[in-house]
Design a protein around this ligand. Structure first.
Ligand code: NDP
Length: 479
């Protein structure tokens, strides 16, 4: 379809799908919203609590999985000096025993981090522009989107390394504790490096003046090394592939021990493949996302991507594996139950994939950065023809068709169902496979409230109109 509308300079104002193109100038109000410091996560005290609490929680859960078949241990089992004995004997001694960052663990984790960075630097891929940034007076940053070619290379290399015995993928689960410790140390180190580098170079943005809080939220908005955007690299390239390969490692270990891969373990490989693959194939949608546009590169994003996601979201796979190793029994369910959980996963994945795709492609069309990529799997309804929307005063469009006409966060709802299915496939013997789901409910509800507050400030009356047109957030007629 030919582009019909043009502006005074003869430039098109509407693309071939009927989506108006973004105006290039940002308003003063948008700059103010972007610069405004809002204390999130309980301010400096909350930030400190999370920086100390995250690693402690990770070790605690790891011990429960590694030594107690996923049962949550408490100091009450110690009669004398309960808490002291609990900490010294249960926690510290076991960390020293099973989670020491051995040379093998460091090589595996840091080798992978370095490899993904090199891929991000050198592999081919299209360049996509981000949204106009208030901090750059409306300027846009180019993003080299080579996650897909890197991902395919990684999959091929992993097969070669495993089959030839150069690096057996089972080493990941065998060194899991040490790898996790390496990731935790790296999460702190990288946060420190990015923060200090930004202060030295004077690239800090939206600072509160409270050191702990600023370290947690980050100093720079878009730190880069050459063509590599550190935020996008950390968000896409490290956490999800590590999660996927951990599950593959568990499946291969089970195969080595038993000669088969059970339904639940295969489920987790599929679930983690779908999620990881979705992030890689949809990488070109990330530059227009909230994280790239607004969130700074601080401890919260860096630690969570480098250590949190890969070592807490995968408890289901670890639980299935450790249960089998310690009890000698494989967790399995009836055919009916297994098929039902597979169905939940696939249905939720469909909505998650197409929901993200509908909004991001719509936004990319408006941004003039849309590219039609054909990565596997291409699902029907990923791009809406002639979409409807609310046009806001600043020129931005809020989509109101597709899944986005039903609720305001269809991709969150679907994502939550996916995470629930990851727990359900493990049965009901431990809380840990459900940790991700419970944690994710908190993350997404908090994220929604932050986002709604920001959008309401940014769009004012237009946001109210949008909320009137799409009144429900997660589930129609419920919430
Ligand atoms: P969204 O994709 O919801 O992005 C929010 C931004 O999108 C808003 O700030 C607004 O930006 C814009 N927006 C909101 N509504 C509309 C609309 N109707 N039409 C057009 N643009 C709109 O959020 P996330 O980046 O949080 O989530 C992306 C995906 O990542 C989700 O599937 C989520 O589940 C997943 N996720 C996963 C996490 C994990 O740990 N597994 C963590 C966080 C997210 P603007 O200001 O530009 O208008």
């Amino acid at each position: 379809m030919a582009v019909k509308e043009v502006n005074a300079e003869g430039q098109p104002t509407v693309n071939s799908n009927g989506v108006p193109l973004f105006k290039s100038k940002l308003t003063k109000h948008e700059e103010e919203v972007d610069n405004e410091v809002v204390y999130e996560f309980g301010g400096p005290a909350g930030a400190l609590g999370m920086m100390v609490g995250f690693p402690c929680l990770m070790y605690y859960f790891w011990i429960c999985l590694e030594y107690h078949q996923g049962h949550l241990i408490t100091p009450t089992s110690y009669t004398k000096d309960g808490i002291i004995q609990f900490l010294s004997e249960e926690i510290l001694a076991k960390i020293a025993l099973g989670a020491y960052p051995s040379l093998t663990a460091v090589k595996i984790y840091m080798g992978f981090v370095a490899y993904t960075f090199l891929c991000a630097y050198f592999m081919p891929g299209p360049i996509v522009n981000g949204l106009p940034l208030p901090s750059l007076k409306g300027g846009r940053l180019p993003y080299l989107c080579n996650a897909l070619s890197s991902w395919y290379l990684t999959l091929a290399l992993s097969v070669v390394l495993h089959v030839t015995g150069i690096f057996r993928l089972t080493s990941i689960i065998e060194n899991f504790g040490g790898i996790m410790t390496t990731a935790i140390i790296w999460g702190f180190t990288m946060s420190f490096l990015v923060y200090t580098n930004s202060i030295i170079r004077g690239t800090q943005h939206r600072m509160s003046g409270k050191l702990i809080y600023d370290f947690f939220m980050g100093a720079p908005l878009n730190p880069r090394i050459g063509p590599v955007d550190l935020k996008m690299w950390a968000e896409c390239r490290v956490p999800w592939p590590v999660l996927f390969f951990t599950s593959v490692s568990c499946a291969l270990k089970q195969y080595e021990l038993r000669g088969y891969v059970s339904g639940p373990v295969a489920f987790m490989v599929l679930a983690h493949f779908l999620y990881t693959n979705a992030c890689q194939k949809g990488e070109e949608c990330i530059p227009t996302s909230f994280d790239m546009f607004y969130e700074k590169d601080g401890f919260m994003l860096i630690f969570w991507n480098m250590a949190g996601v890969p070592f807490t979201y995968g408890y289901s796979s670890i639980y299935l594996m450790k249960y089998e190793l310690t009890t000698g029994e494989t967790i399995s369910h009836s055919w009916g139950y297994t098929i039902a959980i597979y169905a939940i996963l696939l249905a939720a994945y469909y909505v998650f994939d197409t929901g993200n795709s509908q909004k991001n492609r719509f936004r990319m069309e408006q941004n003039g950065s849309f590219i039609d990529r054909k990565a596997f799997p291409q699902l029907p309804w990923g791009r809406i023809k002639n979409p409807t929307y609310v046009k806001t005063q600043n020129g931005n469009l809020l989509l109101t068709s597709g899944w986005w006409g039903i609720v305001r966060k269809p991709h969150y709802t679907a994502d939550l169902f996916q995470s629930l299915s990851w727990g359900l496939i493990c049965g009901f013997g431990s809380f840990l496979p459900y940790f991700y789901f419970c944690f994710f409910v908190c993350v997404l509800t908090h994220r929604v409230s932050r986002d709604m507050e920001r959008c309401s400030k940014k769009y004012g009356k237009d946001w109210e109109e949008y909320c009137r047109r799409v009144p429900y957030i997660f589930i129609p007629y419920v919430f």
